[in-house]
Design a protein around this ligand. Structure first.
Ligand code: FES
Length: 148
């Protein structure tokens, strides 16, 4: 794909994601038609960049670092606690649309691991027992979390 067209494609994908919160199948089809390229080419770019999502995202984004340093400092226990509390596996969004849980490999703060990032705010040396409070702080209407 020529660089100019690729630039247009990325611009349109950003627009679609900003408007809908993710890249829908309809958006992929519409962008492909507009740029006169195949849906496969659009899909290839969407999946290449981690910033684009093919699934609707929650209101709050919870990211756990599972890089080596965080892993040895207890990240798997934090993941268990996040998944148990949110009742979803990593990579999914809660049915009420409030939280998306994802994992990444190293965010460059290894000495402070395990790291949990909630809506862009970094929390270091997180303990399993602190997980629920981190989530409740984000959205105080989370009665179902408070009751657990
Ligand atoms: S491994 Fe988690 S910040 Fe580097």
């Amino acid at each position: 794909m020529e660089p100019r067209k690729r630039g247009q494609l990325i611009h349109l994908l950003h627009q679609a994601q900003t408007q809908e919160g993710y890249i829908s199948a309809e958006a992929i089809a519409a962008i492909a038609r507009k740029l006169k390229i195949s849906e496969g080419e659009v899909f290839g770019v969407v999946t290449f960049y981690k910033g684009f999502s093919l699934k609707p995202q929650g209101k709050h984004k919870v990211t756990l670092c599972m890089g080596t340093a965080c892993h040895v400092r207890g990240a798997p226990l934090i993941l268990d606690e996040l998944e148990r509390t949110l009742q979803i596996p990593a990579g999914e969004t809660t049915p009420d649309g409030l939280f998306t849980l994802e994992t990444v490999n190293c965010v460059g703060a290894c000495a402070l691991g395990p790291i949990v990032i909630v809506d862009g705010e970094y929390h270091g040396q997180v303990k399993p027992r602190e997980v629920k409070n981190l989530l409740v702080k984000v959205d105080e209407n989370l009665d179902r979390l408070k009751e657990q």
